[in-house]
Write a protein that binds this ligand. Structure first.
Ligand code: COA
Length: 174
């Protein structure tokens, strides 16, 4: 059993991939092939692959979520994000996004963006928490059901980083 309260975040490794593929398959109608993760892990220095790992009290490997972000010039593009269905609603996606936004800013990103299905209200709400706003609609973007994509943008990553640091300092001192 994995205890959600004890989650750590770290770079994805090759031996995480079986767990990552399970989460991907449970989360998306068009899961990524393993080769896509391997490519980003090995051949793409602009990719930031991170996992959330729970402390496992049995032999089950404890990967409960993952994120992949591409740094494209000054932009952090959230390419994929998923949390295992058994572990949703515990702030794990929030932790993964915070981690990569801080790291992306340190590596020079000044803005962040992503595409999300119009029907994916949970993800849109999640991103709105961070200040992402819908800036564009891409008609029939998803090939499986021809659903539109919403393009969401966090325009000023620097301001987000500063205000998040401030909130963390306040939390520590109260
Ligand atoms: C979207 C997803 C990553 C959220 O993961 P999670 O760890 O459960 O998210 P968190 O617990 O950090 O939730 C943070 C906020 O997101 C929003 N949210 C998350 N799940 C939600 C749901 N089912 N319905 C509505 N809002 C939701 C809420 O605003 C929530 O804040 P709150 O808990 O204060 O209400 C997860 O549901 C998932 O893996 N979905 C399938 C894959 C996917 O859609 N990925 C995004 C592709 S763009």
């Amino acid at each position: 059993m994995i205890e959600d309260q004890k989650i750590t975040f770290r770079p994805m490794r090759k031996d995480d991939l079986d767990s990552v593929m399970v989460i991907d398959g449970l989360s998306f109608s068009m899961p990524w092939p393993k080769s896509a993760y391997l490519h980003d892990m090995i051949d793409n220095p602009k990719a930031m692959l991170r996992v959330a790992e729970g402390i496992s009290t049995d032999t089950e490997k404890g990967i409960v979520g993952m994120i992949d972000v591409w740094l494209i010039l000054d932009e952090a593009h959230i390419a994929t994000l998923a949390v295992h269905p058994k572990h949703r609603g515990q702030g794990i996606a929030t932790g993964l996004i915070e981690l990569v936004l801080f790291e992306a800013h340190q590596r020079g990103a000044s803005t962040a963006m992503l595409e999300v299905r119009t029907s994916n209200q949970a993800a849109q709400d999640l991103y709105r928490h961070f200040g992402f706003k819908v800036v564009h609609r891409r008609p029939r973007y998803y090939v499986d059901n021809k659903e539109d994509a919403l393009l969401m943008n966090l325009e000023d990553l620097g301001t987000w980083v500063q205000s998040s640091r401030q909130v963390k300092i306040q939390q520590k001192t109260t």
